[in-house]
Ligand binder design. Structure first.
Ligand SMILES: Nc1ncnc2c1ncn2[C@@H]1O[C@H](COP(=O)(O)OP(=O)(O)OP(=O)(O)O)[C@@H](O)[C@H]1O
Ligand SMILES: [Mg+2]
Length: 492
């Protein structure tokens, strides 16, 4: 298959860290596999000196198969035969698989037992150990604090099971960080994170913007009234943009008390639907328009719950780790954390760095912070080849952080190169267009071929998509400190 110019460049360029950024079906994996084949066949880099990481076992096997076929098609020299022999044990694997191989090699330096390094927990084992750990943690934290936490959850219509699932979510996020304990501790003693704080204003901004939108559409019915409302609401919006809650509240009350109401019928025309929608939004705002002090009080009350929640998470994590050690099993997050711990040791780091002449990473957009740190531990200054699709990272799947990919895209130094592929070889044009439209909508950007560059994606990511992600983020404390979706909702 003839490769495009950009694809060929991605296959042939050497001595640089390369990031290939492109949307689905643009040939990223094909390019990565071709590069792998060429490294072995043309550059004569032995397969055991290459690390190729994918995100599924199937993808890894397929990659191995393709390389195997290419090797079999060559004249069977000693070199080709040795490569075929090495292929079975080659580091063409998932990142977890790679981490497990590090753990198996150096288990005694963690230190864990040989048996433990080889026993991957079944999900039933891991679940049971987690549940036991959680129950023990609940029994050992301060009873009073725990009761308050339970009351808090029940005031939000949540059950004790929800505490458990929220703790699980929080721990999942924490485990994707290089220092999980430290990350959880960093959440303590703060009423809410900056993100939550922004969300709080965002909530009001969205409501007011919707009201303004309705006013604009209603001007043909009553120019004077709706211009007046719009003007007042715009002033509210200004205070929200300045993050001045007290003035926003005051201004909204002025608007509400001093502008005439929205009538169902204007000049004998019925606007029942618009009026209903408008009043509903107005009501949403009024419902949570508390005094600033009340919010502050609410947030302060939250600190105690957040601290209990974090303490419970830390304890659960700690007991869970001990249980796994007793049972001599490791789970997937252990593999990464143990590997990271090992790879930070200078001697191991050096060994692994010397071993891999080339590192290839597929589906890079799914890489989380810990995995990125693991790669950075042993990457040389110019030997990592990454391919990914920034659009796919907005879901926060596996705690992937789009910022990581963005960071590499923005990196412009003598060792880094960004290659963009913009042909789609899999989908027909209507699917491509739908996809573009869809992301255009999410990312609030005008999508044209010229604007397809990843940099633009990243810039737009910073605006709208971030919100989408925060809204769907499993991170429990968002839910707790944003009071389950409504800022300022009261609890006892
Ligand atoms: N230059 C090319 N000419 C023709 N077909 C191509 C070309 N490059 C890739 N393809 C084909 O396009 C399809 C998609 O390629 P590939 O799976 O490599 O894309 P991808 O960018 O990795 O997709 P995804 O984002 O889903 O992982 C494959 O069937 C592949 O064979
Ligand atoms: Mg692919």
């Amino acid at each position: 298959m003839p490769f495009s110019k950009a694809q060929q460049q991605a296959i042939d360029l050497r001595n640089k860290n390369i990031l290939v950024s492109a949307s689905a079906g643009s040939g990223k994996t094909s390019v990565l596999v071709e590069r792998l084949c060429k490294l072995v066949l043309v550059d004569k880099i032995s397969i055991d000196r290459i690390l190729a990481m994918t995100f599924t076992e199937d993808a890894a096997n397929e990659m191995k198969d393709r390389l195997k076929k290419r090797l079999q098609a060559e004249t069977q020299t000693d070199y080709i035969q040795s490569q075929l022999a090495l292929l079975e044990t080659a580091s063409i694997c998932t990142i977890d698989g790679f981490c497990l191989s590090i753990v198996k090699n150096y288990y005694y330096k963690i230190p864990i037992s040989y048996k433990m390094s080889k026993s991957v927990a079944s999900s039933a084992q891991a679940n049971k150990a987690f549940l036991d750990a959680y129950n023990e943690a609940c029994n050992s934290i301060n009873t009073n604090d725990f009761v308050k936490l339970k009351l808090f959850f029940s005031s939000l219509g949540k059950t004790e099971d929800d505490i458990l699932s929220n703790i699980r979510d929080l721990i999942n996020v924490a485990m994707s960080k290089p220092d999980s304990n430290e990350w959880i501790r960093s959440l303590m003693n703060k009423p809410c994170s900056e993100k939550t704080f922004n969300w709080f204003f965002q909530y009001f901004i969205e409501q007011i913007e919707s009201m303004i939108e309705i006013c604009k559409n209603m001007k043909e019915a009553d120019e004077q009234l709706f211009s007046l409302k719009e003007e007042n609401l715009n002033t509210c919006l200004d205070f929200l943009y300045k993050k001045d809650y007290a003035f926003f509240k005051k201004q909204f009350e002025i608007y509400f008390n001093n502008t005439p109401g929205f009538k169902k019928t204007i000049n004998k025309v019925s606007y029942e639907k618009e009026q209903g929608e408008f009043k509903k939004i107005e009501g949403n705002i009024l419902n949570v328009l508390y005094e600033k002090e009340e919010y502050d009080q609410d947030l302060n009350n939250n600190i105690e719950r957040i601290n209990t929640f974090c303490t419970l998470s830390l304890l659960t994590m700690d007991i869970f780790a001990k249980k796994k050690k007793e049972m001599e099993i490791i789970d997937f997050t252990d593999m990464e954390h143990f590997a990271y711990k090992l790879l930070k040791q200078p001697m191991i780091q050096e060994e692994v760095r010397n071993k891999y002449q080339m590192i290839l990473v597929d589906e890079f957009q799914d890489t989380n912070e810990l995995q990125e740190n693991i790669i950075q531990c042993f990457a040389r200054k110019d030997n990592v080849f990454r391919v990914g699709d920034i659009k796919q990272s907005i879901y926060g799947f596996r705690q992937a952080r789009p910022e990581i990919m963005q960071g590499h895209m923005d990196k412009e130094d003598e060792n880094s190169c960004l290659i963009v592929l913009d042909e789609n070889y899999r989908s027909n044009q209507s699917i491509v267009e739908f996809n573009n439209e869809f992301y255009d909508h999410i990312m609030n950007t005008t999508f044209t071929r010229e604007k397809l560059s990843p940099r633009r994606y990243c810039q737009s990511w910073n605006s709208q998509a971030k919100r989408c992600r925060a809204a769907s983020c499993p991170f429990s404390l968002y839910r707790i400190s944003k009071l389950d979706g409504k800022p300022g909702r009261k609890f006892q």
